[in-house]
Design a protein around this ligand. Structure first.
Ligand SMILES: [Zn+2]
Length: 517
């Protein structure tokens, strides 16, 4: 159990991972790995993986396993807080087994040995702790211990295993992982005799852990990085850390106390995603089952709808001019195409060379290979300010969102529109499938937006939210529909659909805001 004050202090200076952490309060840990499966914690680790237990190399042969049980090892660790080792050794000796019991230290071993009743003295040997016990377990027919590493190691070594219910928690863990267990109050000859009579039930097959190498896993963890809130960009120097939202095997998420944004606070990745040819072709296909180009008309249909919303909220009253729109992260240009069709003068930027070339050469729209906000986009296009700036599924990719929003604010005309779409961290998937939602959030999504928190964050940059549209409506992701398997024409399905739109429970959403100052 890590000292809490110490842990908090260290965690403000560098990423901290903790393995099998026994502390109840673990907000300070950037990463939690539980190797020994535990029921006792209400907290969730980033990863629970018993496959990391280092299993013994020395194993009992089949022949040894099938022979009668003659010898037993009783080991409860140095502490044995409930003093169960000695009574267990006595009870096992009464069953006729030759028992080796490990005491906390040499002097305890001697004093316990002296307490062994005369008639059992040839059966019981009390010894001091053994170095590298893991590789010596195979010498015993039976290992009696409580829930912990030794139980798994002994099973893997091919020993029969009986656990002692040191605490009710130990008992429930033993049961959960199907070990035979003797309650602390029932340690006697009869209890052990009963279990020994059903010898087969004392063996467990432990899966080989070949793929899980703890050392390389930890080396990998050490490459991980802590990140600050992309909006506030504030490096905190003293406790408290921002409260935890989710832990996943590769990332940790927290909520910024200052602006309310959910952000990736730790990631196993040491590098940033590169948006190259593969991003719109192979990677896209991997994720969506078709290439971006195959999907172009589909995506464009969405864009036509978005343009109509922008037209509705902006162009009433501005109808005489040809308005300008800059699409940041324009990809292969579906939005530019839709806006152009609707009479906008369109400009695009992207950081993918392939995308920009496609927009320039195939769609014939002005496009710039530039990373926003580093490049002077307006200047490059010879435009002072745009009537609208858009980002479709782009905003979540910025680690320095503050600079991005400041730059956007600068290039949107007063009264102009800033519109974006992003996954929702308040949609049906987040609500009913939380662990999976966060685990599947892509490695390069640094912020997770929620419809109801947009207004206060965007206000800082001079934007007033005029409309949010819940998209990615999936009634089939509600538990009740999932269970009943309602078809999409049923009344129930349609009700959930309406409900999702009304209460903005879509898995994605769009935000349309106006530049007010
Ligand atoms: Zn913040």
């Amino acid at each position: 159990r890590t000292d809490e004050a110490e842990a908090k202090k260290i965690s403000m200076q560098c990423p901290v991972a903790s393995i099998d952490e026994g502390a109840l309060e673990t907000e300070w840990a950037d990463y939690l790995l539980d190797i020994i499966p535990s029921l006792g914690y209400t907290r969730k680790p980033n990863l629970a993986e018993p496959g990391f237990i280092i299993l013994p190399k020395n194993r009992r042969s089949e022949e040894e396993r099938s022979a009668k049980i003659h010898t037993a090892l009783v080991v409860l660790g140095g502490e044995d807080p409930a003093s169960l080792a000695f009574p267990s050794a006595i009870a096992l000796a009464e069953c006729g087994l030759y028992v080796t019991a490990i005491a906390g230290d040499a002097s305890k071993a001697k004093s316990l040995q002296d307490q062994v009743p005369e008639n059992l003295s040839k059966y019981i040997r009390v010894i001091e702790p053994v170095i590298n016990l893991r590789e010596k377990l195979f010498e015993f027919d039976l290992v009696v211990t409580h829930y912990g590493f030794t139980a798994f190691e002994a099973s893997a070594a091919g020993c029969a295993v009986i656990l002692l219910g040191t605490t009710p928690l130990h008992e429930s863990l033993a049961e959960k992982y199907s070990f035979k267990c003797v309650q602390a109050s029932l340690i006697n000859k009869e209890s052990f005799q009963k279990l020994l009579a059903d010898k087969k039930s004392l063996y467990r097959d432990i899966k080989e852990n070949g793929i899980h190498e703890l050392d390389s896993f930890i080396l990998n963890l050490s490459q991980g990085t802590n990140l600050n809130c992309p909006v506030c960009r504030e490096e905190k120097k003293s406790w408290p850390k921002d409260p935890l939202i989710a832990r996943t095997p590769e990332r940790t998420f927290r909520r910024c106390q200052k602006c309310g944004m959910i952000y990736m606070s730790w990631t196993i990745q040491s590098h940033q995603t590169e948006y190259n040819h593969d991003y719109f072709y192979d990677d896209y296909k991997k994720q969506y089952g078709k290439t971006y180009q195959d999907d172009f008309e589909n995506i464009k249909a969405q864009c036509v709808r978005r343009v109509s919303i922008i037209d509705f909220i902006y162009r009433r009253g501005h109808s005489s001019v040809t308005p300008t729109v800059l699409d940041i992260g324009c990809a292969l240009g579906p939005f530019l195409d839709a806006a152009n069709d609707s009479g906008w003068h369109v400009f695009g930027t992207d950081i993918s060379k392939d995308a920009v070339e496609y927009v320039q050469n195939t769609l014939h729209y002005p496009a710039l290979l530039a990373s926003f906000p580093d490049a002077d986009v307006a200047g490059e296009f010879g435009v002072d300010k745009f009537d609208a700036v858009t980002m479709w599924y782009v905003i979540e990719h910025f680690q320095d969102l503050d600079s991005v929003l400041k730059a956007v604010s600068k290039i949107v005309k007063k009264g102009g529109i800033f519109a974006f779409s992003t996954p929702s961290a308040a949609g049906v998937s987040e609500k009913y499938n939380t662990d999976e939602f966060f685990a599947q959030s892509p490695a390069d999504h640094y912020t997770l937006w929620e419809p109801k928190r947009c207004a206060s964050i965007l206000k800082k940059y001079g934007f007033k939210v005029v409309r949010t549209v819940s998209t990615g409506i999936h009634p089939e992701r509600f538990p009740s529909i999932k269970k009943s398997g309602s078809d999409s024409k049923s009344l129930k399905f349609r009700m959930y659909k309406t409900f999702s739109m009304l209460f903005k429970l879509g898995d994605t959403f769009e935000v349309y805001c106006r530049k007010v100052n």
